[in-house]
Design a binder for this molecule. Structure first.
Ligand code: ZN
Ligand code: ZN
Length: 397
C-alpha cells in the first residue's frame, strides 16, 4: 500500500471541531495508542498517519495475509469453502464495512478503561464498523407474514409463485413509502455538523446505524465527533467514497463490548441501498450459517480498516467458543470467540463472519447480530466481543 488518500473523510468537519487540534503530537499519539491494552484501535497523529502505521506495523509485518477488499475472490477461501454464495455474502458484509474516525475521547470513560488517560482530548482514534439501516417494514405490526414460507416446491406451484410475487411487490411498495417518509420528507432538522450551523440545512436526510465495539465509540459525545467513511476500498482512489456523520450511541452493552451508533446520511442512494437490501442481508446470513453448520475447520472472516487504511479482508479459523450466558429454556446463548484471523490496530469493532456457529442471532429490525472484533491476547490469538446466538432449527433436521 503506497499511501492512503482518505484519512477519515474529515472535509467540512474541522470547523465543527472548533479550536481543538484534530491531530495529536507524535508523543501524545503514541501515548494514547499505548493506553488501550489489548484492544485494537489505531491512533492517528502528525507523523503517524495510517500509511505510516501500516509500514511500521510489527504485529503483521508486510500484511501478507491481508487481501484488499476489491480483490477478494474464491481463491482466498480454503478448498471446502470455495463457494459462490459464501463469496457473495463476504462481499455484502464488505460493502457495509466502514471506517470510523473518532475525534474526541469522552470524559465519561471510566478509570482504567481504554483511553481513560485521554479523556476530554481530541487525538483521533480509528476503528471499524458495520453499516445497516433497519427496515421499518420489519416491525411486527407491519410484517407481511401471511404468505407461505414453504419454498420446497414453489417453482412448480403457480399459486405459491403468485403469492411470492405479491409479497415482493408489497415489500417494494412498503420500502418506497418508508424511504419517502424516513428520508425524503423529513420534518425535523438534520443533526449533522454540516447542517447544525447552516442557514440552509439539508431537507432530505436519514438515519442509518453503525454496529461496532463500545470501546471504539463510547457515548454520544464521541458519536457526535465520529466521521464514518463508506466505500474506502482503494488506497489510491477516493471515487465513490461517502462520508456520513455519527450522532448518538443508541443501543449499547459495555460488558459485551458492542454498540450501535446512529449516523446521518444526506445521500439518498446510500440510504435506499442499505434500506432495500436489509431483508436480503438477513436471509443471506441465516442461509450461510446453515450451509456451513458442520464445517470441519470453522472459519472466522474479518472485514476491516487496519491502521485506518483502505478496507482489507482476512481469513482464519476460530479456535474457541466461550458461552457467557446459556438460556436453558430457549437454547439461546451469549458467546464470545477466539480466532487466528489476522487483525491489526484499527480493526476494533470490525464484523467477524463466523462459520460453524451454533446459530446465528435472531435477526431483528434494530440489531444486526454480528460478533464485533474486540482485541488480541498475545498478538497471535484474537478475540471478539459477546453476541447472541439463538438456537437454529435446520430445515433438514
Ligand atoms: Zn445534515
Ligand atoms: Zn498491521
Amino acid at each position: 500500500m503506497a499511501h492512503c488518500l482518505v484519512t477519515g473523510g474529515s472535509k467540512g468537519v474541522e470547523g465543527e471541531w472548533g479550536d481543538l487540534d484534530p491531530r495529536g503530537s507524535p508523543d501524545l499519539t503514541l501515548a494514547k495508542k499505548k493506553d488501550q491494552g489489548n484492544y485494537e484501535c489505531e491512533v492517528l497523529g502528525e507523523g503517524s498517519e495510517g500509511a505510516v502505521q501500516w509500514k511500521k506495523c510489527t504485529k503483521n509485518p508486510g500484511h501478507l495475509n491481508f487481501i484488499p477488499a476489491p480483490k477478494f475472490s474464491l481463491d482466498h477461501l480454503p478448498g471446502e469453502y470455495r463457494d459462490e454464495e459464501l463469496l457473495e455474502f463476504v462481499r455484502v458484509v464488505s460493502d457495509r464495512t466502514v471506517k470510523l474516525t473518532v475525534g474526541y475521547t469522552s470524559t465519561n470513560r471510566p478509570d482504567g478503561f481504554i483511553f481513560s488517560n485521554f479523556r476530554g482530548t481530541s487525538i483521533p482514534h480509528t476503528g471499524t464498523g458495520f453499516l445497516y439501516c433497519y427496515n421499518y417494514g420489519d416491525e411486527p405490526q407491519l410484517n407481511v407474514s401471511d404468505v407461505s414460507q414453504d419454498e420446497s416446491d414453489e417453482d412448480d406451484d403457480p399459486v405459491k409463485n403468485s403469492e411470492t410475487d405479491s409479497k415482493d411487490e408489497i415489500e417494494e411498495d412498503e420500502d418506497d413509502f418508508q424511504i419517502i417518509e424516513q428520508f425524503d420528507l423529513r420534518l425535523d432538522r438534520c443533526p449533522c455538523p454540516e447542517c447544525t450551523n447552516s442557514d440552509d440545512p439539508k431537507r432530505s436526510w436519514g438515519y442509518v446505524y453503525a454496529h461496532t465495539a463500545k470501546h471504539v465509540v463510547y457515548d454520544d459525545s464521541e458519536a457526535k465527533r465520529t466521521v464514518v467513511t463508506l466505500n474506502y476500498n482503494d488506497p489510491d482512489c477516493s471515487e465513490g467514497v461517502k462520508t456520513l456523520y455519527g450522532d448518538a450511541v443508541t443501543w449499547e452493552d459495555g460488558d459485551r463490548d458492542w454498540c450501535n451508533m446512529t449516523c446521518v446520511t444526506h445521500d439518498r442512494d446510500v440510504y435506499q441501498s442499505l434500506y432495500s437490501k436489509e431483508r436480503d442481508r438477513e436471509e443471506q446470513h441465516t442461509d450461510i450459517n446453515e450451509k456451513f453448520w458442520r464445517c470441519k475447520t470453522p472459519l472466522a472472516i474479518i472485514v476491516s480498516h487496519p491502521h485506518g487504511c483502505a478496507k482489507q479482508i482476512t481469513v482464519g479459523q476460530w479456535t474457541n467458543r466461550t458461552v457467557k450466558f446459556d438460556n436453558q429454556e430457549s437454547g439461546d446463548q451469549m458467546t464470545e470467540y477466539t480466532y487466528d484471523t489476522p487483525t491489526c490496530s484499527g480493526t476494533s469493532g470490525a464484523p467477524v463472519v463466523l462459520l460453524g456457529e451454533k446459530g446465528v442471532g435472531r435477526e431483528t429490525w434494530w440489531y444486526p447480530h454480528y460478533h464485533t472484533h474486540s482485541g488480541t491476547f498475545d498478538g497471535k490469538l484474537n478475540i471478539s466481543g459477546t453476541s447472541d446466538e439463538s438456537k437454529v432449527e435446520l430445515d433438514d433436521q
